[in-house]
Design a protein around this ligand. Structure first.
Ligand SMILES: Cc1cc2nc3c(=O)[nH]c(=O)nc-3n(C[C@H](O)[C@H](O)[C@H](O)COP(=O)(O)O)c2cc1C
Length: 404
């Protein structure tokens, strides 16, 4: 599959070289177009060397009338031969040009001639990003169906901190892959996802938690957003940035997570409970720090609410997907959980296998479905596993509707 990578003249232009590599690793043939300003930040040679293809920088370069007549017009040809156009970094200037249909260089002319999916990854100073002109331009481009990846918040090259940093390269690449496959199959869905661990306080300074990193739930949120869903991500405390375009509801305890999930359940069409919620908590947390003494002490713990079971009781015709993190008997535990909680699918995974599960970027899972089917998914990145879960979930929903 061919992708055009358009690079605008911003500080983040150097990161586009890494994007070219990641896209190639995903199987894309990458054709790069640099604006004149982009050439001030990174050379065409870098992309030619990385992609093995010529880098286009000029609408009129070396083009005689004979050449134009002999072959087709280059920007039209490039528009025809590529399945996806990604622009990273998309400068404020390019967003304005695209929004208003200006075509005074190769990239903006190509944009107008291109009829396939467009992914824009803006990067700029925070004030530029929040300027009403840019806000209006982005809204117009979004309304045109283009996917806007990022920007992220963080340290900016201009020395300030705020929104405007180019989204993570892996995130942009995931959006490009979904766009190229024209995966808009979650458009119109509202996907409610819980992710991460919970923290259950013992006193004002201590808490019980677990090793969940939130990576699986965040990968699911990213995949759902890339496939066109509105995503509500109820997240316990984690150390990873949320995917762009996702509504995050931060929570701390199992009780807060329960309230957040139940509060948003009605508006969802798919519920995925991937959070590692504490099973027990201290019901009456002391107001003061517990003092150290020489005596042995024990904790008096009460069970937390069973969120999956409660969601199962109230789900109606929503699709409910739970997770079973096990250290043994994974498939039978997943089947038991599926029936007990009235879920439609349970994703079983071993959390005691080195290189997968908690904290890892990789996973190996078995999907257990209410149709009786099971589907083992071989070890893959959490991003790939997330997409496979949605592929199976959509097929499962069709099967469930057909059987009704
Ligand atoms: C040092 C420097 C850094 C810049 N960084 C950005 C940036 O990150 N984002 C942006 O939108 N514009 C940035 N600009 C402004 C653009 O380069 C300028 O608007 C240019 O006209 C964009 O051209 P293009 O959109 O054709 O690539 C920067 C300019 C300079 C001199």
């Amino acid at each position: 599959m061919n992708a055009v990578l358009g690079v605008g003249g911003g500080i983040a232009a150097y990161k586009a070289a890494e994007l070219a590599r990641v896209l190639m690793r995903q199987g894309f043939t990458v054709n790069t177009v640099l604006t004149r300003s982009a050439c001030e930040f990174i050379t065409p040679l870098t992309f030619a060397a990385l992609t093995g293809r010529k880098t286009i920088t000029d609408l009129f370069a070396n083009r005689s009338a004979e050449e134009v007549l002999a072959s087709s017009v280059e920007h039209i040809q490039v528009a025809r031969e590529n399945s996806v156009l990604v622009v990273a970094p998309a400068t404020a200037d390019l967003l304005a040009k695209f929004a208003h249909g200006l075509a005074d260089d190769f990239l903006s002319t190509l944009y107008l001639a291109f009829t396939g999916p467009v992914v824009l990854a803006p990067a700029m100073n925070t004030n530029m990003w929040f300027h009403p002109a840019t806000v209006a331009n982005v809204a117009a481009l979004r309304a045109r169906g283009h996917r806007i990846a990022g920007p992220d918040a963080g340290d900016l090259a201009c020395g300030t901190v705020g929104e405007g940093r180019l989204a993570e390269i892996e995130t942009i690449a995931a959006v490009v892959a979904a766009a190229a496959l024209n995966r808009n199959d979650l458009s119109g869905e509202v996907v409610l996802i819980s992710a991460g661990p919970t923290q259950e306080p013992l006193d004002p300074v201590r808490y019980i938690t677990n090793r969940s990193s939130g990576k699986m739930g965040y990968a699911l949120a990213e995949a759902a957003a890339a496939r066109g869903a509105r995503v509500i991500l109820v997240s316990g405390p984690v150390h990873i940035p949320p995917p762009p375009g996702v509504e995050v509801v931060p929570v701390r305890t199992a009780l807060e997570m329960r309230d957040a999930i139940m509060g948003r359940l009605e508006e969802s069409t798919i519920i995925i409970k991937s959070a590692a919620v504490a099973d027990y908590h201290v019901a009456n947390v002391p107001a003061q720090k517990i003092k150290k003494t020489a005596a042995r002490m024990s904790l008096d713990l009460d069970p937390t609410p069973d969120i999956l079971a409660e969601a199962g009781a109230r789900k109606g015709d929503r699709l409910l997907i739970g997770f079973a993190a096990e250290t043994r008997d994974m498939v039978s535990e997943a089947k038991r959980k599926l029936q007990m909680k009235k879920a439609d699918m349970v994703v079983g995974n071993f959390v005691n296998v080195a290189g997968t599960g908690f904290e890892s970027d990789w996973n190996e899972v078995t999907l257990v479905m209410s149709t009786g089917e099971t589907a083992p998914l071989a070890r893959a990145s959490k991003r790939e596993i997330a997409h496979s879960i949605f592929d199976h979930a959509l097929r499962l929903r069709l099967a469930l509707h057909a059987s009704q």
